[in-house]
Design a protein around this ligand. Structure first.
Ligand code: SAH
Ligand code: SF4
Length: 390
């Protein structure tokens, strides 16, 4: 029997692959759709609860083992409603995924993504209300990261391994366990540990599963993939998903030499090459690419840096998110003082750019990307982050 889908974790199979799987076992093809519906539409992994399936198929599914390959090791709750889930994988590796409540009072259109909402909250325009029930989830794609950005805990840790599509999707399943009854998952941002485009195949498959109309059916417009700038994979991503998935670019510097010092990936794909790929990304003209700019004191927060960035991005359909760096262990780098952040923002706005300061959220559960996991991997785990400087 040539059944390619049998090499996939059951959670990774798309409806057509489930149809192939059931027909190879002499069941009618529509049973495959039913299995997918149970798994991805209702997140039911126990075949005994799949009430419309015949007993024989349930037994075959039970032998297959459908359970998600991940569990919640710990939930860290912040006073601002942020929940950081420490997730343990089958090989005991740990990753993290974060749930961020977003305000319902900004329900004003498709482009109103998580970043916009967080930014508006930061500017005091949209205070969260008691009825706010929308939640944005930040997803990890790797254990650690190979890209080596100097301000990032995942980069400092290095790449341990890629996540499988099942492990990426499992984060969304687990998030549902941590949602309050009145909350709904609204946005996904691929901004957790790892570089999504370095783990292209698993990321792409997870996106197909999560957006499938028979499953969770998340709109690709409500999903943002963030990349440090792997240009060939970015081109492939734009082509394969037709530019429907939101894009965030981690730029962090407008000068090549300085960017290479912060982000080694810049040596392979320098700024002009990266921005040419961003211009090619086939996104709807009414939407904007997000430019992420982690402000690191003394590294990229000067007036010259702002001027260069303003010139570089002039006329591009982008919005800039300034993120004061969360301090990480094993690094002396940190965020600028708040007046410097405000000045940097003001200069970009004066240059005509749409520019927000992202409010730091969940500071009291752990700070930046990957930090929680690093803390958890040491014997004297200290999950509560230091207060950021500045
Ligand atoms: N690898 C992808 C996605 C994960 S990182 C990328 O780099 O885009 C998500 C975002 O968090 C990136 O913009 C990254 O620069 C930022 N980030 C990483 N460490 C940070 C820190 N210590 N403080 C603030 N932002 C950080
Ligand atoms: Fe990797 Fe992104 Fe961290 Fe850079 S910022 S090391 S690409 S996770």
């Amino acid at each position: 029997m040539t059944d390619a889908s049998s090499t996939l974790h059951p959670l990774e199979r798309l409806p057509e692959e489930w149809r192939a799987w059931v027909t190879a076992r002499r069941h009618p093809a529509y049973r495959g759709d039913q299995v997918f519906d149970w798994l991805h539409g209702r997140r039911v992994a126990d075949p005994d609860r799949m009430t419309n399936l015949p007993a024989g198929l349930k037994r075959e599914l039970a032998a297959e083992g459908l359970a998600p390959p991940a569990l919640i090791a710990h939930v860290h709750r912040s006073s601002d409603g942020t929940r950081k889930l420490l997730v343990e994988l089958a090989d005991t590796s740990r990753i993290e995924t974060v749930l961020l409540p977003v305000s319902s009072s900004s329900e004003d259109g498709e482009d109103d993504d998580e970043d916009d909402v967080v930014a508006r909250e930061a500017q005091g325009h949209a205070a969260p209300t008691a009825s706010a029930a929308r939640v944005s989830q930040c997803i990890s794609t790797q254990v650690g990261c190979a890209m080596g950005c100097v301000f990032c805990a995942s980069g400092v840790a290095g790449l341990k391994r890629h996540l499988s599509a099942a492990e990426i999707v499992a984060q969304v399943w687990l998030a549902h366990e941590a949602l309050e009854p009145d909350e709904a998952l609204r946005n996904l941002v691929f901004m957790g540990m790892g570089e999504p485009l370095h783990n292209y195949d698993a990321t792409a498959r997870a996106l197909r599963l999560l957006t499938h109309s028979r499953g969770l059916g998340l709109s690709p417009r409500r999903i943002t993939v963030s990349t440090s700038g792997l240009v060939p994979e970015l081109d492939r991503f734009g082509t394969e998903f037709g530019g429907k998935v939101g894009l965030a670019i981690s730029l962090h510097q407008a000068d090549d030499a300085k960017r290479s010092a912060l982000m080694p990936v810049n040596q392979r794909y320098p700024i002009a090459t990266l921005l040419a790929a961003v211009r090619r990304y086939p996104m709807d003209r009414r939407r904007r690419v997000t430019i992420e700019y982690t402000l690191v004191a003394g590294q990229n927060d000067g007036d010259d840096d702002a001027r260069r960035l303003g010139r570089l991005l002039a006329g591009m359909p982008v919005k800039v998110n300034l993120i004061p760096m969360n301090p990480i262990e094993h690094s002396r780098l940190g965020p600028p003082a708040l007046p410097r952040v405000a000045e940097f923002q003001a200069r970009l706005q004066a240059a005509g750019l749409l520019c927000f300061v992202r409010r730091r959220r969940g500071d009291d559960v752990a700070a930046a990307c990957g930090q929680l996991v690093l803390a958890g991997e040491r014997p004297n785990a200290r999950f509560v982050s230091r207060q950021p400087r500045g």
